[in-house]
Ligand binder design. Sequence first.
Ligand SMILES: NC(=O)c1ccc[n+]([C@@H]2O[C@H](COP(=O)([O-])OP(=O)(O)OC[C@H]3O[C@@H](n4cnc5c(N)ncnc54)[C@H](O)[C@@H]3O)[C@@H](O)[C@H]2O)c1
Length: 273
Amino acid sequence: MAEVYVITGGSGGMGKAIAELVGKNGTVLLADVSEERLAQSKEELNTKGITDVHYQTVDITDRENVKALAEKAASLGKLKSIIHTAGLSPTMSDSKRITEVNLVGTGIVLDEFITLAEPGTVAVCISSMSGHFVPKQGLYTEVLKNPLAENLVETMEQMAKGDPGAAYSLSKLGVLLIVEDQAWAWGQKGARIVSVSPGTINTPMGRKEAAGQPQMKVMLDNTPLGREGESMESATAVQFLISDAASYITGTDLRVDGGTTANMAKLQAAQGR
Ligand SMILES: NC(=O)c1ccc[n+]([C@@H]2O[C@H](COP(=O)([O-])OP(=O)(O)OC[C@H]3O[C@@H](n4cnc5c(N)ncnc54)[C@H](O)[C@@H]3O)[C@@H](O)[C@H]2O)c1
């Protein structure tokens, strides 16, 4: 039976790079909002020799869409991995929509795909170094862990005070906490769940943020490796995490940020913040 790799945000920068790697091992199912961009991504992958590629238009905030995606995945074979990269960054939308896509969307994707999990399945959620900049303690952590709670979006709006940057960081901390919280449930199925926290990565989103947010230059200036990352450098981290080489790794995060998070923490401590 074919092993299926589902990639949300499949026509985005990281999604396509991941598809290029995992497509060498099995069937790829790309999911994203635009049919045209999905068809283009399939073409690009075909040109690179990745031929077993399917796609489906999905808004990950729509439960019925995600359910249909899971059904499509099941029809193609055994779920090897759900790689959830779909997301919106602070300059892309308002705080409410950012919460809906990054946090509620993650909750829906995991909820629908855990039903397909079996021994060997791995879920990977893309968080962000921004999630590491928010303190991991506090009452809000209980809120963030429950992305499908009825009043989640309203509560988040109060916490982020309508600021897209705050909504983004909180939603990405949420992704880290959800992965820790759900390790048990996925483990019960013999499956693993992990997150990856990219730093500044050269994708359409990364370029948009670099152009629109002065803070991004501060990050780059404080990155030990002295440069931004390439989408393939996050893709290889995902490839490792879903491989058997990572068979005892679950419920945790891997930062792929050139050391930015470590160095920013040091900087803040030195500044007494
Ligand atoms: N690029 C960076 O610098 C960076 C840094 C940290 C974290 N990230 C995270 O990495 C992930 C991938 O980002 P990227 O750089 O590839 O960005 P990207 O914008 O190139 O790709 C994201 C994709 O998600 C899709 N998407 C957005 N909303 C959706 C929805 N409701 N339903 C389905 N698809 C939707 C977009 O259409 C897009 O194709 C995101 O979660 C992002 O927050 C990126």
